[in-house]
Design a protein around this ligand. Structure first.
Ligand code: SF4
Length: 694
């Protein structure tokens, strides 16, 4: 208080970092945030916070913020600062000219999981209604798109099943490909509390994550699988459940499609799915797999939490279905302390998917090819809509390189840095005739842009975010937008300049429209959010106050469907040339590509990405802790300093990706999930050699 003075008011809002969605009181003095205080009334965090939400908000007023629109005719020319009107008109005229010359489908756009639900909704509406095609995608493509696919296929809804608080009732907790104490710290603390109370912990991860070092842990099994073998491991766990008679027959008979179960049962019982048969593939000792399967299946309540270590694989969608299979087979769905819980990376991944960002789905995961659905949208939006799914992000890049895709509107996403195979992405961006980037900083993507529209941070706008437990939280404006417009106002202006009228006075009006068109949101309004504090969807006539636990009585598809999950080895495997497998992740104090956290004091705690490797791999290469090493893959090469760590298993190396100069995505390849094109960030075959300092 002495340092920053006494606040003159406090405004409750939502953290803009991870998918936990913590509530904070922004303590204000004039237009300045002097402190972010965790809000005790926040349903997701109950007064707790981590170092990102608590301290890393200063980026909002950082000197690097873009404060005025800029345009240029070509990317080798200098930027010209112009008025909002001139920039919007410039963008609209270019988009119109491209469509006149190359056709309606030659432009598209990308929504952001950092922006609000209302902003995301408007961007996909702009693309479908004003561009006249379905070339809309989201940065969730590169993180949790397999969750959307896998959970919809098996459980009928593309969302996690529980509240975070539900972990208090879990007796066995299976964490797969997630590192909650770094990436979802407030939930990580809740989880640790439950472990200290005696819940069993099972971790499936190539690394010894910190959760395994929880003090007073009563019991833990670590399954240190080789990167790329998730599906083999989940099949082996399910094999033990079925062959040892540990399945919940009553649940399966009552709640699941029994024909699908019988097919899956015949598949999973095959000896080729046994832990012994798969030990050479996964690298995990069979007795460990059997122990883990028994503990999970025999617990009164078994809960599964997973992260990007599940989804960012060539079999990401298969693995999500495998996780759902295991939960269904053991009857762990539809009550407290159980469930399938994707830990969403960004603040509004759930929301950006819910709001119709994908090229094949309107808001609420309603398919664009469904005539009845499309007719409802056409009636409210007042234009005919395309029934054909549009291009996904990687398809946009390929089409750009082929000369068929010429214009792109990117809101709040640094695709040049965060998408894999940087060289390919840059070639695609360089070939565009009009790239419009709307962001708070001059990011890597902006280097290829023709129009730069200043974005607004979460402190400068009203709206909502939806966290990983489907909780819709209010985001409240605490200061005016630095460049004069909130993101939703910019999209609206672009739509109007393109000749498609949009006229909203406040984001609450956008939410009212979302509620009209989205069956799971029909009961959501800003008034109700004020009354209840937050709402977990579905919120409609059947569930007027929302739904903390999904699938209690029935699944949206009636009976849940088991899916056959055949293991297919990834193309990325260690070879003589590239003998190590690289996997990636986050660290507590930094966030994603670091655009925000690197511009705050959190930089003190982690100022460079390092390459973690096992002592034995370091020793044979003559690498000492802190040495510079060159890392090469079939996609590219980069240089980092080494961090020698027993957390790694031999043959596997690891890095974070918070600093652009570390070039993590220069070495990741173009391999992707078979169903959704989510990139395979988590397995890259590499060689590591000592080099001199760059
Ligand atoms: Fe923000 Fe996530 Fe930290 Fe909560 S746990 S304060 S939502 S970064």
């Amino acid at each position: 208080v002495e340092e920053h003075g006494t606040p003159d008011r406090s405004i409750v809002t939502t953290c803009a970092y991870c998918g936990v969605g913590c509530s904070f009181e922004a303590q204000m003095k004039g237009n300045e945030v002097i402190r972010m205080v965790p809000f005790k009334g926040g349903a997701a965090n109950q007064g707790h916070a981590c170092v990102k939400g608590r301290f890393a908000f200063g980026y909002a007023t950082h000197k690097d913020r873009i404060k005025a629109p800029m345009i240029r005719d070509a990317i080798d020319q200098p930027w010209r600062t112009v008025s909002w009107d001139e920039a919007i008109t410039f963008a609209a005229e270019r988009f119109k000219a491209i469509q006149a010359q190359h056709g309606r489908n030659s432009i598209g756009g990308i929504t952001s999981s950092r922006c609000t639900n209302e902003e995301t909704y408007l961007v996909q509406k702009l693309i479908r209604a004003a561009f006249g095609n379905n070339n809309t995608d989201t940065c969730a493509r590169v993180c949790h798109s397999p969750t959307g696919f896998g959970l919809k296929a098996t459980l009928g809804e593309s969302a996690g099943t529980q509240t975070f608080d539900s972990v208090r009732f879990a007796d066995a907790i299976l964490v797969i490909g997630a590192n909650p104490t770094d990436a979802h710290p407030v939930f990580g603390s809740q989880l640790r509390r439950r472990l200290r109370e005696g819940a069993d912990l099972i971790v499936a991860d190539p690394r010894k994550i910190d959760l395994l070092k929880t003090p007073h842990l009563s019991s833990a099994v670590h399954l240190p699988l080789r990167p790329g073998t998730n599906v083999a491991l989940i099949n082996a766990l399910a094999h033990v459940v079925i062959t040892e008679g540990l399945e919940d027959r009553a649940f399966i008979t009552e709640r699941c499609d029994t024909a699908a179960f019988e097919q899956w049962e015949a598949f999973i019982k095959q000896s080729s799915n046994s832990p012994e048969a798969l030990a050479d593939v996964t690298g995990v000792a069979p007795e460990q797999v059997r122990e883990a399967a028994r503990r999970f299946a025999q617990a009164a309540n078994g809960a599964i939490y997973y992260g990007l270590g599940v989804t960012e694989h060539s079999q990401g969608s298969t693995m999500v279905m495998g996780i759902a299979n295991l939960a269904l087979a053991t009857g762990n769905i539809g009550r407290e302390g159980v469930g399938v819980n994707p830990l969403r990376g960004q603040n509004n991944v759930q929301g950006s998917c819910d709001m119709g960002s994908f090229p094949h789905e309107f808001p609420g995961y309603q398919h664009v090819g469904d005539d009845a659905v499309r007719t409802r949208f056409e009636a409210l939006w007042g234009v005919p809509l395309d029934a054909e799914p549009g291009l996904r992000i990687p398809n946009m890049f390929d089409a750009a390189i082929n000369g068929e895709f010429k214009g792109m509107y990117v809101q709040g996403e640094d695709i040049a840095q965060s998408d894999p195979d940087t060289q390919h992405v840059e070639a695609a961006l360089r070939s565009l005739d009009c790239l419009v980037v709307q962001d708070i900083f001059l990011n890597e993507t902006a280097k290829f842009a023709h129009v730069l529209l200043p974005g607004s941070t979460f402190l400068e706008k009203d709206g909502t975010f939806t966290n990983a437990e489907r909780r819709i939280n209010r985001v409240r404006k605490v200061m005016p937008p630095l460049a004069g417009k909130e993101d939703w106002q910019v999209t609206m202006a672009l739509a109007n300049a393109l000749g498609y009228p949009m006229n909203y006075g406040h984001p609450s009006e956008i939410m009212d429209e979302i509620a009209q068109l989205t069956p799971t949101f029909t009961g959501v309004s800003y008034n109700k959010l004020e009354q209840l504090g937050s709402i977990q969807w579905p919120c409609n006539e059947q569930y007027p106050e929302g739904t903390p636990i999904m699938h209690e009585m029935e699944f949206p598809i009636g009976k849940a469907r088991f899916a056959i999950t055949t293991f297919v080895p990834t193309e990325e495997r260690s070879t003589r040339r590239y003998p190590l497998l690289l996997t990636t992740g986050r660290i507590l104090s930094q966030y994603n590509v670091g655009a925000q956290t690197r511009r705050t004091d959190n930089q003190i705690w982690h100022h460079e990405d390092r390459l973690e490797l096992h002592p034995s791999d370091a020793q044979v290469r003559g690498i000492k802790d802190g040495d510079w090493v060159g890392i090469s893959s079939r996609a590219g090469e980069t240089v980092l300093r080494a961090l020698i760590s027993e957390r790694m298993q031999p043959g596997v190396v690891y890095t974070t990706f918070h600093h652009p100069e570390s070039g993590a995505n220069v070495i990741t390849t173009d391999a992707s999930d078979w169903a959704t094109n989510c990139p395979e960030y988590k397995v890259t075959a590499v060689q590591v050699v000592p080099v001199s300092a760059p």
